[in-house]
Design a binder for this molecule. Structure first.
Ligand code: ADP
Ligand code: MG
Length: 695
């Protein structure tokens, strides 16, 4: 404990940390000595070797050691202070200039030995511009800023790199020896990791790049290891301690369900169903994530699981992120299950109070076997009689808390999460590390691949002509817009707002067809009617916002025109495109955009180039980074401070193997060798029950 206290020493007791700097440091999250030690550089500068002045090259950062020959300051007409020195090392002369740093005048004297580091540029001659500088001490010893690989820290306020370096140097020299090893010795040995003191020293002031690499690996391993331990313990807890409802077969109901399907199940669907069946029969609550690209047929798998729970005398609930999707699932599940005598109810926010109350009482009394709804189903008034299974569709749209509440509506109900945002394996291991995962890899047979084109404004008339051809063949079309309505300032984007586009298509372009409009600001009733009309084929062209992004299923729709496609994210475009290509006919997705940035162009090319959701997710992840990709932390992605889930995937895998092995052998980490890591774990996830209670 003694050692721990030392590392908890507040930084304000440090030499050179006054109230002002203390505040700046606090803003960076640095309060204690330990915080300094773990405040890691985000890059390094190689200042370990000197360049001779005669060998200097324009355009790159270099370091020279030389003697000051002349020093002079002046002001330009506009009042800019310029300080300039000329230095020599015997191989030549070079100038260095600094702008607006008049105090330098008193700093350099002729004859002094100095070290400069910075970019050299060529104007009428070669010169350093605003270089880092250091005057050599009498003994010639170099400081922490020169003559080595130098750390560069994220900074803010008045905190200079020099200051942060001296702070971390001081902290390391005084306190690094007090760092305790939290990883069990046998893991350090097995994973060939360097010890923590070496790691902290070398992550700040590496003696060479090989040691820096070792230090980085060690620190990232520990971070990932603690994360994976948390996941392993949670999973173990879910698997072995909680009793679940045992569902054995679904009897007549599941048999007739399978018989009544109008198509052959794909292998992926069959496998997922078998896995679900096994989970639900195990006597432990299921916690399974079903991953499958858009259109892979996840709904029928969920319907099967729901039939299984109903067949066992329990209720099931299916939650969807939007009202449009919930209504569609309601229709879909009703068609599949009502003929088999299952009672399906709908509960969405936009319903009238009377209808809502009726559904709620049906749920309470057990008259409703299955309820489909939006987050309305997690409201307090909703009480299930015997909840056996909760299905959450498009789960990435929900927060962790919403899932937790739904789960609490029953006694350890089975949970099935579904997502069409497939993610790379290492990320899945991190975000869903405590879940079992089923993946549907293939699309149902006979699907024709969607043809995607990215075109610009000039092709608009051609695009309309093409849509018309499809309409003439009896097909239907989506036209997706980034906005509902543009404000008057945004007339530039008029072409892209749903209301304007709708009017133009209805009155001019497709005036001989039925054009409909769908967006989030319409009432539930209007939305519902529009969707039904589109499904029935009464509406030929549906102009809409992203409300149709998820799940909507109208197989006869074969064209999608996306207006202002550069305003959408990659995952979103992929989801949108998933609305077509659902039937027997060839489908076309046309992205209309004149992107303004290279990144937008990259995204459009990526979408045009592949139909593979996994590939798209990976590209997206690389463009946006994991944090953005998942939206907020409440989506379950724990904060990662040091490592990079993508680049350090191999470390994640190794950390995971070790963590799961430990928890298998010592589920509560009671072994003395695991005491410190257990404490670190408790500390790390203190107050983070949201994360610890995923699903
Ligand atoms: P998603 O995985 O995107 O939720 P859906 O469950 O909405 O996909 O299924 C898309 C469409 O494919 C639906 O019209 C559904 O009826 C159909 N479908 C599902 N499974 C099969 C199958 N095995 N064979 C043919 N069509 C299928
Ligand atoms: Mg779906």
């Amino acid at each position: 404990m003694q050692q721990k206290n030392i590392l908890q020493t507040p930084v304000r007791y440090f030499k050179g940390v006054g109230p002002k700097r203390g505040e700046d440091l606090a803003r960076l999250g640095i309060h204690t000595v330990e915080d300094i030690l773990y405040y890691l550089p985000f890059r390094y500068e190689d200042r370990s070797s000197f360049t001779r002045i005669k060998d200097l090259k324009a355009g790159e950062p270099q370091m020279v050691q030389a003697q000051v020959f002349t020093a002079a300051s002046r002001r330009t007409k506009s009042g800019l202070a310029i300080f300039q020195i000329a230095i020599t090392d015997g191989t030549g002369f070079v100038h260095a200039v600094w702008f607006n740093q008049p105090y330098l005048k008193g700093y350099f004297r002729c004859g002094q030995k100095v070290v400069l580091y910075g970019r050299v540029d060529r104007y009428d001659r070669l010169q350093f511009v605003n270089p880092d500088y250091e005057i050599l001490k009498e003994d010639g010893g170099l400081s922490i800023n020169m003559g080595r690989i130098v750390p560069v820290y994220p900074s803010s306020g008045q905190l200079t790199q020099k200051y942060l370096r001296s702070l971390s140097y001081l902290a390391i020299s005084k306190y690094a020896r007090s760092l305790t090893e939290r990883l069990p010795a046998y893991i350090i040995a097995r994973q060939k990791l360097v010890d923590i003191r070496f790691a902290i020293q070398n992550i700040h002031f590496p003696t060479n790049f090989a040691n820096l690499e070792k230090a980085y690996k060690r620190i990232v391993f520990e971070e990932f290891f603690i994360l994976q331990l948390a996941l392993a313990m949670k999973r173990k807890n879910l698997k072995s301690e909680q009793l679940g409802i045992r569902h054995i077969g679904g009897g007549e109901l599941t048999d007739s369900f399978k018989r009544s399907l109008p198509f052959q199940l794909t292998d992926g669907q069959k496998k997922a169903m078998a896995e679900i069946e096994r989970d639900m029969a195990s006597g432990r609550p299921m916690n399974r994530l079903l991953e499958g690209d858009v259109g892979s047929g996840k709904t029928v798998v969920a319907a099967y699981a729901l039939a299984l729970t109903v067949g066992n005398g329990f209720q099931g609930v299916m939650m969807a992120p939007t009202e449009v999707l919930a209504r569609q699932h309601f229709i879909g599940l009703s068609e599949l299950l009502m003929p088999l005598g299952v009672n399906v109810g709908l509960l969405v926010g936009g319903m009238e109070a009377k209808a809502k109350n009726k559904v709620c009482s049906d749920i309470r009394e057990g008259k409703a076997d299955i309820v489909v709804g939006t987050h309305a189903v997690i409201q307090e008034a909703v009480e299930f009689r015997r909840l056996g299974l909760a299905v959450i569709d498009e789960q990435h749209k929900f927060g962790v808390m919403q899932r937790a509440i739904l789960k609490d509506k029953g006694y350890n109900p089975h949970i099935l999460l579904m997502t069409a945002t497939p993610i790379p394996r290492t990320l899945a291991l991190t975000v869903y590390g405590d879940l079992d995962i089923s993946v549907i890899k293939e699309l149902p047979k006979g699907r024709k691949p969607i043809v995607t084109y990215w075109v610009d404004e000039k092709s608009r008339d051609k695009v309309y002509g093409f849509i018309r051809e499809e309409l003439q063949k009896g097909r239907q079309a989506y036209v997706v817009c980034p906005l509902i309505k543009s404000s008057s300032q945004e007339t530039r984007r008029k072409t892209q707002d749903a209301e304007t586009v709708f009017e133009k298509l209805r009155d001019e372009i497709f005036s001989d067809y039925n054009v409909g409009l769908l967006h989030g600001k319409m009432t539930s009733k209007e939305k519902d009617k529009t969707m039904k009309d589109f499904k029935k084929g009464v509406i030929d062209v549906l102009v809409s916002t992203v409300v149709i992004e998820v799940g909507v299923d109208v197989p006869n729709a074969t064209v999608m025109l996306v207006e202002g496609a550069d305003y959408f994210g990659l995952a979103q475009l992929h989801q949108l495109r998933g609305r077509i290509g659902r039937g027997e006919h060839e489908s076309y997705c046309i992205l209309l955009a004149d992107p303004k940035t290279e990144e937008s162009a990259q995204r459009l090319k990526a979408i045009e180039g592949t139909l593979d959701g996994f590939e798209i997710a990976e590209t997206d992840l690389h463009i946006r980074g994991p944090g953005e990709f998942f939206g907020t932390r409440q989506h379950g992605l724990p904060e990662i401070r040091f490592g990079n889930i993508l680049k350090d995937a191999d470390i994640m895998e190794r950390a995971r193997r070790e963590a799961f092995a430990i928890v298998a052998a010592d589920p509560k980490l009671q072994d003395e060798r695991h005491r410190l890591i257990r404490e670190a774990l408790a500390f790390r996830f203190k107050g983070r029950t949201g994360f610890m209670n995923v699903a």
